[in-house]
Design a protein around this ligand. Structure first.
Ligand code: 13P
Length: 248
């Protein structure tokens, strides 16, 4: 069973730092047979995507590239827009859609997200669709309902991955309790059958094992802890140990 390690570099790294980190990851991936069952997906910033992707391609690495966003249409009068088919040509295999930061800081609503999903799908990009509730929604016992509503946006298109990222757990150092993640993942699995589910929100080398051990979790979507080579290699090392132990 394939597992996923998705590194979302957000806007943390310069283009030069992104190129440096991908070079290190390419070397690490090449020298580590234990990573065979893990699909490593790196989402560099939009400005670094082309050069990071070219480095992966030149080295024939198995690392996959994801865009952090795409536009609502593929071409035309959309100042600042991002064409999904051009992303694909640049080497992106996936695109992250519906990330909490896009919903919060860029006011992306269901209508806009469904246009992005349709543009990405038409271009042949795999969709990594993010869902997750706010702290208030969790306290009001509305987390399940909110996530179900967010999942309605991907009806009709099968995403490559669903990432459950409670908004209050992103960038706060407060990851959700693994059993609560499992509860949500099981309910997502009932809604969107057969799509791998990843957890995201303050994942690091200390807590990754607890998430990888969950029954309904196929991987992780990591933000800040994935922006250093030490962070990535420690998390990948721990992840592969668990996968190997499970395989025995
Ligand atoms: P952090 O790992 O920094 O909490 O970010 C999670 C995230 O948003 C990944 O998409």
């Amino acid at each position: 069973m394939k597992r996923y390690f998705v590194a979302n570099w957000k806007m943390y790294l310069s283009v030069a730092k992104s190129e440096q980190l991908i070079r290190q990851l390419i070397r690490y991936e090449r020298g580590n047979k234990i990573l065979r069952d893990i699909e490593i997906i790196v989402a560099p910033s939009m400005l670094a995507l082309s050069s990071v992707s070219a480095l992966v391609k030149q080295s024939r690495s198995k690392i996959k590239i994801a865009a952090q966003d795409c536009g609502i249409a593929d071409a035309g009068a959309f100042t600042g827009g991002i064409s999904s088919s051009e992303l694909k040509k640049m080497g992106a295999r996936y695109v992250i859609i519906g990330h909490a930061e896009r919903r919060q800081f860029f006011n992306e609503d269901a209508m806009m997200l469904s246009k992005k999903i349709s543009a990405a799908h038409k271009a042949g990009l795999g969709i990594i669709y993010c869902v997750g509730e706010t702290q208030d929604e969790r306290h009001a016992a509305r987390a399940g309902e909110v996530v179900r509503e967010q999942l309605r946006v991907v009806q009709g298109v099968t995403p490559a991955l669903i990432a459950y990222e409670p908004r209050w757990a992103i960038g706060t150092g407060l990851a959700i309790e693994p059993h609560e993640a499992e509860h949500m993942h099981a309910s997502i699995a009932r809604e969107v059958r057969g799509v791998p589910i990843c957890y995201g929100g303050s994942v690091n080398e200390k807590n990754i094992a607890a998430f990888i051990n969950l029954e309904n979790t196929r991987g992780v979507l990591v933000g800040s802890a994935s922006t250093t080579f030490v962070g990535c290699s420690e998390m990948l090392g721990r992840m592969s140990k668990i996968i190997q132990a499970k395989a025995i």
